[in-house]
Design a protein around this ligand. Structure first.
Ligand code: PPS
Length: 570
């Protein structure tokens, strides 16, 4: 039975008492320890504070199998998303079931102890297909699974020592028990949760408030501030926007609370998961919309999930989730009536005004007006503050290609042309130069090349974040690593991949540094193109040839693309 009254009784947490935590922290200092990834920190926080109740730790193998194949723990409890502790092989080899390990945040603070019961190497292709619907790297969680997550999973119960530390928006963060206590104190008997990873505009405000009215409930704006879809508006900006919108609701009807969840963009399964999490936070209803937690298009350009699959799966499991679904009504602005109305109730012939997400991003990028009927001036001002027009933002141009393909030459020409234009500082991160200053200890194994490229990506992302232009020119032979760098940078600005597509034959003919000859003679090992792979980019922003064209022309092709993307003023 779905509850329709808030459950304000405390939910079990996995923390030990303050005194025990002090003692455990000292003891845990001598245990083997695992440094948690950002996603694992998010998962651990919700495990410990009851957000993932009834889980008592990272999934053991039997629970994992049940969740992957049928959305159920081994005891039959509904649980749609595998919450697993993935680790490196190297670390996995040092621990065995029966052992305790300390879990530390990135600064080394011990947050919890994991008592390992299970250790196994998952079949990731099976997990991807069953949980996310397809083993397709265009899905952010599938890409994460294959390219970021470690190969071995450790499972077992958690003993919580302390919450991860947050320095931002502390007053807006609530554990499930804090929210339950708040609802109790306010006398809120029915609460509708609104899950979001986007800034709210007028249509959202209308639909959320309407949903609350229909359910005769109060409203909880419960945005995700842990990890969302790569490329989303950063959570600092979003929270300032949410705070501005909060003032637009009638006093004391609505509460804003931040959820440190790491989303997977798993559509239907994710909707069920979101429901369970909101139930744990004491809510009675949740708004589920079209394409809830959708990951975008697959590699064939089609939607991963049917837009209504999330609502269907939720409805099917509603009583087990213990929370009622409220349909998300698409609200549109009707010009003649100067008000928002549900799209399916608009009179025939009326003029509907709408601005899509893509159109909004274009307007922000190009500094074009965003009308008052669409959003609140405070929200627009916040968005403009963090997204100045593109030609004022930082960006990265990432050249990739074989040794001797002409990357550095074109990169240097491009740098000079951009410096001539002025306005933003330009930094070049050339393959050879980086290897001298940043990566001098690295060789050319896959592992070392990946470290090298990630270092370049990190520096480029910092430059991009701070409004500069980074021009990188390494070989960067692996698609997955280039993609990881793209994701790192796109959080802050544009990433323009340029494939310098000079053929191997031509590079070898030129052999500017005499390296190909040495590689052919076997005197240089693991040489790209000769004895090591080069995975060509399939969809770079620009592909330039260098055979029979001069450097100026190639640099010009890149400049035209930059102009076309709005990155330099036309
Ligand atoms: S990678 O794969 O992106 O980390 O390589 P990168 O940092 O760009 O370094 C490439 C330059 O190092 C020289 N060099 C080699 N390249 C490829 N394979 C092997 N084994 C190798 N050994 C040395 C070479 O001069 C490359 O410079 P470019 O400018 O690309 O010719």
């Amino acid at each position: 039975m779905a509850t329709n009254m808030t459950n304000t009784a405390p939910i079990p947490e996995l923390f030990v008492s303050y005194d025990s935590a002090q003692k455990l922290r000292v003891e845990a200092g001598s245990l083997p320890s695992w440094d948690l990834t950002p996603r694992q920190v998010c998962d651990l926080e919700l495990l410990m504070n009851g957000g993932f109740h009834p889980l008592k730790g990272f999934l053991a193998e039997a629970d994992y199998d049940g969740v992957v194949s049928g959305m159920r723990l081994a005891d039959g409890t509904l649980w749609p998303i595998p919450i697993t502790l993935d680790v490196s092989e190297k670390f996995a080899d040092t621990v065995t079931p029966g052992q305790d390990i300390a879990l530390r945040d990135p600064e080394g603070v011990i947050l919890a102890i994991l008592s390992i019961t299970d250790k196994w190497s998952p079949d990731k292709a099976r997990e991807a297909a069953a949980v996310y619907g397809a083993d397709d790297l265009a899905h952010p969680a599938v890409n994460y699974l294959h390219n970021t997550a470690g190969p071995v999973y450790l499972g077992g119960p958690i003993t919580g020592i302390q919450q991860p530390v947050h320095y931002d928006f502390r007053a807006r963060r609530d554990t499930p028990n804090e929210l339950r206590a708040f609802f109790r104190k306010m006398g809120w008997r029915r609460v509708v949760a609104f899950q979001t990873r986007n800034p709210l505009h007028r249509a959202h405000q209308e639909l959320t408030f309407r949903a609350a009215r229909e359910a005769q409930a109060n409203l909880l704006i419960h945005p995700v501030v842990g990890m969302t879809k790569p490329g989303d508006v950063d959570h600092f900006t979003r929270v300032r926007c949410y705070e501005a919108v909060l003032d637009k609701y009638p006093a004391a009807t609505t509460h804003l609370s931040l959820l440190n969840l790491a989303m997977r963009m798993a559509g239907p399964r994710e909707a069920v998961w979101h429901g369970i999490i909101r139930r744990n936070h004491g809510c009675t209803h949740m708004i589920v919309g079209r394409d809830h937690a959708g990951p975008g298009k697959n590699s064939a350009g089609q939607d991963f999930y049917d837009p209504y699959a999330a609502q269907e799966l939720f409805r099917e499991h509603q009583s087990e989730i213990g929370l009622e679904m409220v349909d998300f009504k698409q609200m549109v602005f009707v010009q003649e009536r100067a008000q928002y109305e549900p799209r399916d109730e608009v009179e025939e012939g009326a003029t509907i005004l709408d601005i899509s997400g893509t159109e909004l991003r274009r307007r922000l990028r190009e500094g074009i007006e965003i009308p008052d009927w669409f959003s609140f001036p405070e929200v627009v001002a916040e968005l403009r503050r963090t997204s100045p027009p593109r030609h004022k933002q930082g960006f990265t141009v990432f050249f990739t290609g074989l040794s001797g393909s002409g990357k550095s030459t074109i990169a240097n020409a491009l740098m000079i042309k951009l410096m001539e234009m002025g306005g933003r500082p330009v930094t070049i991160l050339d393959g050879d130069v980086v290897r001298k200053h940043l990566s001098s200890e690295l060789g050319f194994s896959k592992e070392h090349r990946d470290i090298n490229i990630r270092r370049i990506g990190y520096v480029a992302s910092e430059i991009t974040k701070n409004g500069g232009i980074a021009i990188c020119a390494p070989i960067a032979p692996y698609t997955a690593t280039r993609r990881a760098v793209r994701e790192m940078i796109e959080t802050y600005g544009a990433f323009v991949e340029v494939h310098v597509a000079t053929s191997l034959e031509e590079c070898e003919r030129r052999d500017r540094k005499g390296l190909y000859k040495l590689a052919r003679e076997g005197k240089i090992k693991e040489f790209t193109g000769i004895s090591d792979p080069y995975e060509e980019p399939t969809t770079p922003e620009v592909r330039v040839g260098t055979e029979g064209v001069d450097v100026d022309y190639s640099a010009q092709q890149v400049l035209l693309k930059l102009e076309n993307m709005g990155l330099i003023a036309g």
